[in-house]
Design a protein. Structure first.
Ligand SMILES: Cc1ncc(C[n+]2csc(CCOP(=O)(O)OP(=O)(O)O)c2C)c(N)n1
Ligand SMILES: [Mg+2]
Length: 337
């Protein structure tokens, strides 16, 4: 059980113009519907291996991704399906990758945890906890040295703060003033370990501040708060050094498909569900007259149709031929490496 009390649900007016406001709802619904289908396909053994769902946390990617520019780099964890989708990787390419088909964004070799797409500067999909942070520092260092005016947004779970790689990357990013936006998705648990069971200091902003970088905490269940916070700090990061944002969020599903969830009470999960990022946002839009039930159903139907098309695409996809299996692994005899 974690120590943080569940705050009241996000509420109040959404000041965005209608098209932008509904697009944020559509984005979160696309992630939710895609992942609900993935869970179903996992049960049918169409998707195999590990599968970590982002359900409950959609407001983080939903608010952050549209704030970033096309030249920025993205690094994420194994819970990255939503980040990849909102970055512009097609749902078809994501679903084919889940299936292990060669039409997938990583040619079917990566699967759920290793989505990758050079064209949209989506640099993974990292399975190693904390592994993305040094990579992000490296990408930002390259940008700084070559004078590219871009930043690297690095998403990771709060479990990463227990890794040496977190501290090394935070230190170097601050020391060398690298343009990294460290986006910590604090869902309170690292597999079955509550933050308070593994960390003496559970205020993650205090940890980040100790490296001399600005750090803020944001309600990660509120797409409006996330978007405004990220948009607000971007100029500071692009023109200068790193910044740390803690997104306070919660996952509604198990850690992965193999998790009996013995480490948290069902009542805690139910309480957090009252703060669900999609239904609280929908309620706010409806309350201010920006969304009707028919409009909601139309947006949802569009997301469901996109999912159906992606599944059909993945089903029709092809397996990598066996004779290609050594490609990118071994150099053919006689060829220079
Ligand atoms: C270096 C390393 N140690 C352990 C693991 C096993 N592992 C996979 S996910 C995970 C928990 C990470 O939790 P967190 O960073 O909070 O991310 P979340 O799953 O909550 O999104 C662990 C320990 C790993 N993948 N890499
Ligand atoms: Mg976590």
């Amino acid at each position: 059980m974690n120590e943080r009390p569940v705050p009241p649900p996000p509420s109040g007016p959404v000041p965005w113009d209608k098209a932008f406001a509904l697009a944020r709802l559509a984005d979160m619904l696309r992630i939710r519907r895609m992942e609900e289908k993935c869970a179903e396909l996992y049960g049918q053994q169409k998707i195999r291996g590990f599968l970590h769902l982002y359900i409950g946390e959609e407001a983080v990617a939903g608010g952050a991704m549209p704030a970033l520019g096309p030249d920025d780099n993205i690094v994420a964890t194994y819970r990255e399906h939503g980040h990849a989708l909102l970055r512009g990787v097609s749902m078809n390419a994501i679903m084919a990758e889940m299936y292990g088909k060669q039409e997938g964004c990583s040619r079917g070799r990566g699967g759920s945890m290793h989505l990758f797409d050079r064209a949209t500067r989506f640099f993974g999909g990292q399975a190693i906890v904390g592994g993305g942070l040094p990579l992000a520092a490296g990408l930002a260092l390259a940008d700084k040295m070559t004078g590219r005016k871009a930043l690297t947004a690095c998403f990771f779970g709060e479990g990463a703060v227990a890794e040496g790689a977190f501290h090394e990357a935070m230190n170097l990013a601050a020391l060398w003033q690298l343009p990294v936006l460290f986006c910590c998705e604090n869902n309170l648990y690292a597999m079955g370990t509550a933050l308070a069971r593994s960390e003496s200091q559970t205020d993650l902003c205090v940890k980040a501040s100790s490296y001399g970088m600005p750090a803020i905490a944001v309600d990660g269940m509120d797409v409006l708060a996330v978007h405004e916070a990220v948009k607000g700090v971007l100029p500071q990061v692009r023109g200068g050094g790193p910044l740390f944002i803690e997104f306070r969020t919660y996952r509604f599903r198990a850690h992965s498909m193999f998790d009996a969830e013995l480490y948290r009470d069902k009542s805690e999960v139910e309480q957090w569900k009252t703060r669900g990022p999609i239904h609280t946002y929908t309620a706010r839009l409806k309350a201010q007259g920006s969304l009707t039930e028919d409009e909601f159903l139309a947006i949802d139907a569009q997301a469901l149709a996109e999912v159906d098309a992606a599944v059909a695409f993945a089903e029709a996809g092809t397996w990598e031929p066996v004779e290609d299996l050594l490609r990118d692994v071994l150099t053919p005899a006689g060829e220079a490496p």
